[in-house]
Design a protein around this ligand. Structure first.
Ligand code: CMP
Length: 134
């Protein structure tokens, strides 16, 4: 039950636009994840290029960066027991059609690009992403 981990979460512009921030943060808090850092910002191209480096060249890359820099994002470090897997389960699959009901994307997302949230997918990614944003 232990495995104390930190993970990076981005609440994306569509979540802010749709007034879903409170509901999203509640889901993490309900699972006993603690907010260690939080900021709201309009991400620069440079920051997003670093964050999404592994997706460079993919068909959705330009659309993704244009969308992510179009408006404010909330970026957080969450900490808790098995935080990385826990947050990814709460978020649900990237494809909203595959995301389980009860997850953030399963309940609220209807686009692969505008999919409300991002979270680190491994301990290494969490370290890398936290150092990019904080
Ligand atoms: P995220 O968790 O931020 O990590 C990469 C992002 O790329 C993903 O969420 C989606 O927003 C986006 N993405 C991944 N796959 C696709 C796809 N097939 N089409 C469009 N966007 C995608």
């Amino acid at each position: 039950m232990n495995n104390l981990e930190k993970t990076l979460v981005i609440i994306k512009p569509d979540a802010i636009e749709r007034n879903l921030v409170g509901k999203i943060i509640s889901k993490y808090e309900d699972k006993n994840l603690k907010i260690k850092e939080l900021k709201i910002l309009k991400a620069s191209n440079e920051l997003l290029e670093k964050h999404y480096a592994e997706h460079k060249g993919k068909s959705f890359y330009n659309e993704l960066l244009n969308y992510m820099k179009s408006d404010l994002c909330i970026v957080m470090i969450l900490e808790g027991s098995n935080a990385i897997e826990s947050v990814r389960n709460i978020n649900g699959a990237t494809d909203p059609l595959k995301a389980l009901t009860g997850s953030i994307r399963g309940d609220y997302a209807f686009s692969k690009t505008k999919n409300l949230v991002h979270a680190s997918d491994s301990i290494e990614s969490a370290k890398r992403e936290i150092s990019i944003w904080f």
